[in-house]
Ligand binder design. Structure first.
Ligand SMILES: *Cc1c(COP(=O)(O)O)cnc(C)c1O
Length: 383
């Protein structure tokens, strides 16, 4: 049978790779409510605790009253409302670029920018661990596809030197979503400069979190002027939804003309843009959020290390515990759940074979006592 879906699903289940969403009966925050039980939530990407912030909620509610819910059209037809424009200007200003352009989400931003910049005869160079949306953007563009070992700038340099492609685009996550480590951006920028290539950074997990003002990986590493294409998302550190690409005037005009995922889709609700204006300014000004996060990260790492867990090279709120076998990661996740903690088991194909892990994420919405409680639970299930 050509469409034997039941057999494919059964095979997936046998591999312990069957996935199902949990139904959340409350907002994203310190706690998650599932099936009538309250859990400490250690799996969201709401690193700064802005997703359910009262001022962000109030801004959203006020904007819905002024602008309605739906934007009604794509940006280039009649969906581009004043709050979208204001947010694009504020984002460009925040990340020190001439212009920024909104997309409905990060997945579409990556598809849009890569297909607008690349075609046949071009080449795209990926870190092996890049996010799925970057890989898909490269495939959809029709450019030749190269992957280099994780965070290996000399491997990249060799590939660039051997390439005779017309355009060469190097793409990388700023902070790796399943590992929490950061890309060596200065080395990549130098390799690109020496080989007439462009560098694009997807800073979904860096924006709001890294740098003293939350301007992300490029500022944290002092390379902002050397990275022509910056993609950032609004649904993680900034706590709302959507994404943007920032860069030169010419880059943004190119995207407006050629990025199909910008052109052929309805603009995000204006209220999301207004709420993001507030969360962006809170992310920039409220240093306590990053300071608190740094203390929680330190606390967790020291504690988990003492318990003998395998931490990864991460100084960010993404603190995976490497487990190895799929089944063991699932069991640990389930045992933590029974004790009142929500921690996701991440399995292949999201991560490489044999590297299943518990992906613990920390948030400014947590308290030190929450981290302490998680460490106690890890000690009990780890035995
Ligand atoms: C989450 C994520 C995306 C996708 O962003 P959405 O706005 O959630 O679609 C893209 N890249 C990376 C690295 C991400 O972690």
């Amino acid at each position: 049978m050509a469409f034997d879906l039941a057999a494919d699903l059964a095979a997936r289940r046998e591999q312990h790779r069957y996935r199902q969403p949990l139904i959340q009966d409350g907002p994203c925050g310190r706690y998650a409510v599932v099936d009538g039980r309250r859990y400490l939530n250690f799996c969201s990407n709401d690193y700064l605790g802005l997703a359910n912030d009262p001022a962000v909620i109030a801004a959203f509610q006020g904007a819905v009253a002024d602008w309605g819910v739906g934007s009604g059209a794509s940006h280039l037809v009649c969906g581009h409302q004043r709050p979208h424009q204001q947010l694009e200007e504020a984002l460009a200003d925040h990340v020190g670029r001439e212009r920024a352009l909104l997309f409905s989400n990060g997945y579409m931003a990556n598809l849009g920018v890569m297909t607008a910049l690349l075609g046949k005869g071009d080449a795209v160079f990926h870190d092996r661990l890049n996010h799925a949306s970057l890989l898909d953007g490269g495939l959809l563009s029709g450019a030749r596809f190269r992957r280099f070992a994780h965070n290996d700038s000399s491997a990249l340099r060799g590939q660039l030197q051997r390439s005779d492609a017309r355009r060469k685009l190097v793409v990388t996550d700023g902070v790796f979503s399943m590992d929490g480590d950061v890309a060596p951006l200065a080395d990549y920028a130098a390799a690109c400069e020496d080989n007439d290539a462009w560098l694009m950074v997807d800073d979904a997990h860096g924006l709001g979190v890294l740098d003293v003002q939350g301007r992300g990986s490029l500022f944290a590493q002092g390379v902002n002027e050397r990275v022509p294409v910056l993609m950032g998302t609004l649904g993680k550190g900034l706590g709302t939804a959507g994404a943007f690409v920032a860069g030169s005037h010419a880059l943004i005009e190119t995207l407006i003309q050629f990025a199909r995922t910008y052109i052929y889709t309805t603009a995000m609700p204006a209220a999301v843009a207004t709420a993001t204006l507030v969360s962006l300014s809170k992310a920039r000004e409220e240093h306590w959020r990053r300071e608190k996060l740094a203390a929680l990260i330190q606390h967790f790492r020291v504690g988990a290390q003492q318990l003998g867990f395998s931490l990864m090279e991460s100084a960010t709120p993404i603190q995976p515990l490497l487990i190895g076998a799929d089944q063991q990661a699932l069991t640990l996740s389930q045992q933590l759940r029974e004790k009142g903690f929500l921690v996701t088991a991440i399995r292949p194909p999201t991560v490489p074979e044999g590297q299943a892990r518990l992906r613990v994420t920390l948030s400014a919405s947590h308290q030190e006592t929450d981290v302490e409680a998680l460490l106690v639970a890890l000690e009990e299930v780890g035995r």
